[in-house]
Design a protein around this ligand. Structure first.
Ligand code: FES
Length: 143
């Protein structure tokens, strides 16, 4: 299959590969897998507590070129965004930017799901920490 130039560029020069300390409370971690192909993507965001904006992002993807390119691209896109804005990124935008063929659309879905999972993780950490989280059932407090 022919990959687009943008996929090849991100695949050969992936942006933001790596990870942050999961225990850091400014970090949110999302880990998702694609059952169809077995590829796995871990995506992390680092949030500036003062502004609430995502100041950095990292990923590790064990997957195909399109999955690597999708995660590389989305880590670039989320920087400087609020959590709400980050969760509004659609896989179709990634697929369009990278010119993914239909058989590779699920690779971009992985990136959308991973960023949502990372934002959820960050929010859960902070729901726990916030004193007003009295409504949170104690079962969620155990990790
Ligand atoms: Fe499954 Fe790309 S082939 S993530």
């Amino acid at each position: 299959m022919a990959y687009s130039d943008k996929v090849i560029d991100h695949y050969e020069h992936p942006r933001n590969v790596g990870g942050f300390d999961k225990g850091d409370d400014t970090v949110g971690t999302g880990m998702v897998g694609a059952p169809a192909c077995g590829d796995v993507m871990k995506l992390q965001i680092k949030v500036n507590p003062a502004t609430g904006l995502i100041e950095d992002a990292r990923f590790k993807t064990y997957g195909c070129g399109s999955a690597i390119a999708s995660s590389s691209l989305i880590t670039e896109w989320v920087k400087g965004k609020s959590l709400d804005q980050a969760t509004q990124i659609k896989n179709s935008q990634i697929a369009e930017e990278l010119a993914l063929p239909p058989v590779k659309i699920h690779c971009s879905i992985l990136a959308e799901d991973a960023i949502k999972a990372a934002v959820d993780d960050y929010r859960q950490k902070h729901a726990k920490a916030a004193p007003s989280a009295a409504a949170a059932p104690s079962a969620q407090l155990a990790h």
